[in-house]
Design a binder for this molecule. Structure first.
Ligand code: SF4
Length: 307
């Protein structure tokens, strides 16, 4: 997952917090969140401080220094074709659907250090990028592809809706190996969180606990919002665990079929707990249900203490 760095962050490590990296100046240490970007795009100018080891830099190829560790070049297609210096392991090459001619695909096909950065400025980016994938498939080109989109908007809802639609729909169909979202007018943490949310929802990369909750209806046997918030508070550090929270036992178990654990209303003040599709604790009092759920998660080895 890659993000652009904002200009004002270039000389201040504290600002990387929005990208999942929190710098502690007293201890001179980085705290790295589960949702921390893998690459940061710096354009033509390197940062003035040392980045945490897990955050790698992408620089425009003409400004890239081959001897700087953790730094990778971003070529345009023309630059790539003319390049004298390339990275021995990883080179990013920007392409759009218009670049993917038979000749170019033939030339790129066996370049095993290349990761394509697929861009589109088409308003209907998703179908255009999908067509680009069909070209890659037809040419038997199996290079990794990063989906890149720029959102020059201020409105967070607009950014969330469009980024999720453009990239999520492709990732769900197995098209794309990563995403690179640019939204200079949206707060970096929102961009970072949206990117990881898209990767999680499309099952491309699991970085947090997942909850499946029913929408609630006349059958709901407890306050769904309050209960979901309570369960999230206790379990939101369990990366990769999927918990279903369902208001009733009539339809709930079917609606949370692929959850690892289920918390289901089974009568007034009563909760039934599931492990996968199996009932494991029936009609326990709701005041004990969260502790029982945690105990169940522990019994199955999915619990970790909060850091
Ligand atoms: S699971 Fe039960 S309570 Fe929840 S929406 Fe479906 S029918 Fe209603």
């Amino acid at each position: 997952m890659a993000l652009d760095i904002h200009d004002k962050l270039k000389d201040n490590p504290l600002e990387l917090k929005g990208y999942g990296y929190e710098y502690d100046p007293l201890l001179d240490k980085w705290h790295i969140r589960d949702m921390a970007a893998d690459f940061v795009y710096l354009g033509d100018e390197d940062v003035q401080y040392e980045l945490p080891g897990t955050l790698r830099k992408i620089l425009n190829a003409p400004s890239w220094q081959p001897d700087v560790k953790g730094s990778y070049p971003l070529f345009t297609l023309a630059e790539w074709q003319e390049a004298g210096h390339k990275h021995a392991v990883l080179n990013f090459v920007r392409v759009s659907i218009h670049d993917l001619t038979a000749e170019v695909l033939e030339a790129l096909r066996n370049e095993d250090t290349v990761t394509l950065v697929l861009e589109s400025d088409n308003e209907a980016a998703m179908p255009e990028m999908r067509r680009a994938f069909f070209k890659l498939i037809e040419a038997k080109c199996q290079l990794p592809v990063i989906l890149k989109r720029d959102y020059p908007v201020e409105d967070l809802d607009h950014f969330l809706l469009h980024s999720a639609t453009d990239t999520g729909a492709l990732l769900i169909d197995g098209m794309g190996d990563g995403i690179w979202l640019t939204a200079q007018r949206v707060f970096p943490q929102k961009v970072n969180d949206a990117a990881f949310g898209i990767l999680q929802a499309s099952r491309t990369r699991i970085s947090k606990t997942e909850y499946i909750s029913c929408p609630s209806c006349g059958r709901t046997l407890f306050d769904l919002e309050e209960t979901t918030a309570m369960i999230r508070k206790a379990t939101n550090h369990l990366k990769g665990v999927k918990i279903g929270i369902m208001g009733c036992i009539v339809n709930g178990p079917g609606e949370m079929a692929d959850a690892d654990y289920g918390y289901v209303g089974s009568g007034p003040g009563k909760i039934t707990l599931y492990k996968g599709k199996e009932v494991v604790k029936r009609a326990i009092p709701s005041e004990d249900a969260l502790d029982e759920l945690i105990e169940l998660i522990k019994q199955h080895g999915d619990w970790v203490e909060q850091g």
